[in-house]
Design a binder for this molecule. Structure first.
Ligand code: SAH
Length: 363
């Protein structure tokens, strides 16, 4: 029976207010309920302490509160926490909490598996099974917010859509969840603190600014079509020239007040030569951007290797000399396969040789 009820979190605040008025309730009660749901992340109506018993009973007859469950939590020695999140249909996605001195970042998934087939990414081996809905995306943030407070006594500060999946191929739910993250009644995070990362789905990049104002990261990884076709195959559909055009469009829309993060995984002998660094600098010369170099994270079954420190330094220095703000991402969560590109849902199976510290359910 419970499953047939509508999930109350499918309603926007105005819809919830309308429902309350239809039921002969006061409009402001809807706002209170909304805050319980989105800011306090309550999972049942009985805990809504400022809502009368009769109103709670009325809500229970109409609605359910669907939610995900953190099935398994792994702590890495560097503080990173990886969650295996079980969805209502028992599918598993992963999300990661990454603490640094200044920030606590939630890296969240938007799809079960991924359809893109980037050949340096472990998630690609899962293929895409389904899209997440907006609640499932948002709930990963809720779980990580609670973990940040429990384990680090600090609030969650940033959200990156860099877990499993291609966010822009699950456009509407990703947009909806990002809107809620920004809402004052939920977390009120500013657009600077929410980053959508894409491997370059240009039609959706062009639409993004019409839907929600968030930061944009592009997983570029190669400055030529020849190489990018090979390592990021979606490039065959949306080649570099189109991708650059979409970056211009995004930046133009914000009248030069924004910059894009360019992600570039450094793979030994594949895309890490000095010559490619020079080509990359040329390609990006008219794009307001910050370049984030990511040393390749190895995973079982991949023949790629991380670039040598010398190559990484040379690559980085070329870009810095050309005037780009260039950062090197410190690998986090390696010990629990929670680093970029290592999310494969292997927690559904046995986790050999990994240190499991706790299980936790947020249900
Ligand atoms: N599909 C989206 C978001 C998921 S990937 C995108 O492509 O942007 C998040 C980031 O991790 C991307 O930049 C991705 O290219 C990078 N990544 C994937 N596999 C990696 C690996 N093995 N080592 C390092 N970074 C990786």
């Amino acid at each position: 029976m419970e499953l047939q009820k509508k999930d109350i979190r499918k309603l926007t605040l105005p819809e919830l207010e309308e429902f309350f008025l239809e039921q002969g309730e006061k409009k402001f009660r809807a706002k209170q309920v909304y805050e319980w749901l989105w800011n306090k992340s309550l999972k049942n109506f009985d805990e809504m302490s400022n809502i009368s018993l009769s109103t709670r009973e009325m809500l229970k007859t109409h609605f359910s509160i669907n939610h995900i469950r953190v099935d398994l939590m792994q702590h890495s020695s560097d503080g990173t926490i990886k969650n295996a999140v079980k969805l209502f249909d028992d599918k598993i996605v992963e999300s990661v909490l990454i603490p640094t001195t200044k920030r606590i970042t939630a890296c969240i998934s938007s799809q079960v598996g991924c359809s893109l087939d980037c050949n340096f990414c472990a998630t690609a081996r899962l293929k895409r099974m389904r899209n997440l809905n907006s609640d499932e995306i948002y709930d990963q943030v809720v779980a990580i917010k609670d973990e940040a407070e429990t384990y680090f006594q600090r609030p969650l500060t940033n959200i990156v859509f860099m877990g499993m999946g291609e966010p822009l191929l699950n456009f509407i739910p990703v947009i909806e969840s990002a809107k809620i993250m920004k809402e004052q009644l939920a977390y009120g995070l500013s657009r600077k603190r929410i980053t959508i990362s894409t491997s370059g789905i240009t039609p959706q990049i062009d639409q993004l600014h019409n839907e929600v104002d968030v930061s944009l990261a592009i997983s570029l990884h190669a400055p030529t079509n020849e190489l990018r076709d090979e390592i990021v195959p979606i490039n065959k559909k949306y080649p570099i020239s189109e991708l650059m055009k979409s970056c211009y469009n995004y930046l133009n829309f914000y009248a030069g007040k924004r910059s894009i993060t360019i992600e570039y995984v450094l793979i030994d002998g594949v895309n890490d030569s000095e010559e490619l660094a020079i080509k990359l600098a040329k390609l990006l010369s008219k794009i307001s951007c910050k370049i984030n170099l990511i040393p390749f994270n190895p995973f079982d079954g991949s023949s790629y290797k991380r670039s040598s420190n010398r190559n990484i330094e040379t690559f980085k220095n070329v870009l810095i000399k050309k005037g780009f703000i260039t950062t090197l991402r410190v690998t986090r969560g390696d010990a629990v396969d929670g680093a970029c590109g290592q999310l494969v849902g292997r927690l559904t199976k046995s986790i050999k040789g990994k240190k499991l510290i706790s299980h936790q359910s947020i249900s």
